[in-house]
Design a protein around this ligand. Structure first.
Ligand code: PMP
Length: 312
């Protein structure tokens, strides 16, 4: 995984480590929903530390395949952090320059990681959120289209396809096809769309249902890094709200509480969007008598250690 970036004759590249993450069983939280099995995909086990390694690798491979990414070009995109880290890591490993637009209030840990990989950072006004970074990237690209490869993760089918081909397929294999509910947060929506489509197709082939539940922050101003409040954001072109059977809203405090409990009760140090995913997954699981509920833990907690919510 994934094909097409850099084929090495012998030896493993960091890009080869992307995907095939473990599916963790959350036994302590299963006590809250008797009869239901609860699992999370450990996406922070990807080499760049998040789920976004998958779409970044997929979009870069697709760009190389159609000739849009060549050695002379700089990869340019807007990212709240994890996609940028993935681009920067893969760019460093594969010899591509990387330039990223992001709000100045991205966590210091993320900025340091990006700088360590040698990426160039373009900061945007934190009041404009991730949308401000998107608009800046669009403008830079419009000014010099020949200079850049602009994958535009919000409108690139290779984003959700990475999850259709990878994450979704893995979830089917790792649950022996028993998954009944899939719960995931919406950022670009690539994870939800790709996994959701794969699971829906699989369920239809088998003639039994699967329930797809998307998760959003409950207000425009939230602390759930990586997630979008769609009503008040630029809606990603790859997002189709029709795919979800239900859409749950999770508050920032609720997610933080879940993050703290994942650390103390399961020994899992994950980021705020994983807390939101867990809170939503437990809500879904509590409405069932039996079933196999799978969610995604998008990144680890290390990048958020300077935030205050750990102490509360
Ligand atoms: N959580 C985190 C920490 C993320 O970085 C992202 C990506 N923006 C998401 C969740 C949402 O994933 P997706 O973009 O696939 O919707």
């Amino acid at each position: 995984m994934p094909q097409g970036i850099q084929q090495q004759e012998r030896g493993t590249s960091v890009v080869d480590l992307i995907g095939n993450t473990p599916l963790l069983r959350l036994r302590r939280f299963e006590q809250l929903c008797p009869g239901v099995e609860l699992y999370a995909k450990a996406e922070w086990q990807n080499p760049g530390g998040s789920v976004k390694d998958r779409p970044a690798a997929s979009m870069i491979a697709a760009g190389i395949a159609r000739g849009a990414l060549t050695a002379e070009k700089t990869l340019l995109d807007a990212t709240s952090g994890n996609t940028g880290i993935a681009y920067a890591m893969i760019g460093a490993a594969s010899g591509y320059r990387v330039k990223l637009c992001m709000p100045t209030n991205a966590t210091p840990e993320r900025k340091t990681i990006l700088q360590a990989y040698g990426a160039e950072l373009v900061y945007t006004d934190p009041m404009d959120g991730s949308d401000g970074a998107i608009l800046r990237a669009r403008r830079l690209y419009a000014e010099s289209p020949d200079e850049y490869f602009y994958p535009d993760q919000y409108n690139n089918d290779a984003n959700w396809r990475a999850h259709y081909d990878g994450t979704g397929k893995e979830i089917i294999e790792q649950t022996d096809g028993r998954v009944t509910h899939f719960v995931a947060g919406l950022g670009t929506s690539g994870t939800f769309m790709g996994v959701g489509r794969r699971l829906r197709e699989f369920a239809e082939e088998r003639g039994r249902p699967v329930t797809l539940v998307s998760v959003q922050p409950d207000s425009p101003l939230h602390g759930l890094e990586g997630l979008k409040h769609m009503e008040t954001a630029i809606v990603p072109g790859i997002y189709d709200e029709e795919l979800a059977d239900a859409d749950l809203r999770i508050g920032t405090e609720q997610a933080y509480q879940a993050v703290r409990r994942l650390a103390t009760d399961e020994g899992l140090l994950v980021g705020p969007s994983s807390g939101a995913a867990l809170a939503a997954a437990v809500t879904v699981a509590q409405q069932q008598r039996e079933g196999v509920v799978v969610t995604i833990f998008c990144d680890g907690g290390e990048k958020y250690l300077t935030q205050r919510f750990w102490d509360e």
